[in-house]
Design a protein around this ligand. Structure first.
Ligand code: MG
Length: 204
């Protein structure tokens, strides 16, 4: 499996890191070794002094496809969850300054915490929107709603599949809302869709 991540998909988040709002989705990949599953703890990597959380909605691909039209995109995911795109922000800053790729800041071992997947029908509210959030040490630190995405889930699946063939089991990280911030050893993170707790991660 592979993990496809979307950068700057919420205008307010692009702004908080002083980034321009992109005209097209920004994509990057994480390898399967980036997965952090089953509410396992994350061990603070020794190559960063600025480890950040980014809570995101995850889509799990259930059908192989490429060049998918947006109107058919809903057939390609049945389950959603929340995840954390752990980012070594100091390393990422250095990569960006030099125009280098981001992988050493974003795609390292266990940098993609993945929550428990639920059927998408149970995740959306009656208006068709999906509300998600992250708590750090029981305090709300990030809150997002799919209605504020610059590119919708269906349009993302379509766009991604123009470049990367989607295979059953692949996971899409659909971008983080504003409120990203640092974690320290001893912190407890908990991710939600609506009121459902789907992800726990302790930093060790
Ligand atoms: Mg992210």
């Amino acid at each position: 499996m592979k993990i496809i991540c979307v950068g700057r998909n919420y205008a307010a988040h692009a702004k908080e890191l002083n980034n321009p709002i992109p005209s097209q989705p920004i994509l990057f990949l994480k390898p399967d070794t980036a997965q952090l599953l089953d509410n396992s703890p994350l061990y603070y990597p020794n190559f960063t002094k600025e480890l950040h959380y980014e809570v995101e909605v995850l889509l799990k691909i259930c059908k192989n496809g490429k060049f998918i039209q947006p109107k058919f995109a809903p057939e390609y995911y049945r389950e959603v969850s929340v995840g954390i795109d752990f980012t070594a922000r100091d390393v990422q800053r250095r990569c960006k300054e030099k125009g280098h790729p981001w992988e050493i800041a974003k795609a390292w071992n266990h940098s993609a915490a993945i929550g428990q997947f639920i059927p998408k029908e149970t995740a959306f509210d009656p208006s068709g929107q999906l509300q998600f959030s992250l708590k750090k040490n029981h305090k709300l630190v990030q809150e997002g709603n799919s209605k504020n995405m610059l590119t919708s889930f269906d349009a993302l699946i379509s766009y991604i599949s123009q470049y990367f063939m989607l295979l059953r089991g692949d996971i899409i990280f659909t971008g983080t809302p504003k409120g990203v911030g640092p974690v320290d050893c001893g912190d407890q993170l908990e991710g939600f869709i609506g009121n459902q707790s789907l992800l726990k991660c302790a930093i060790k």
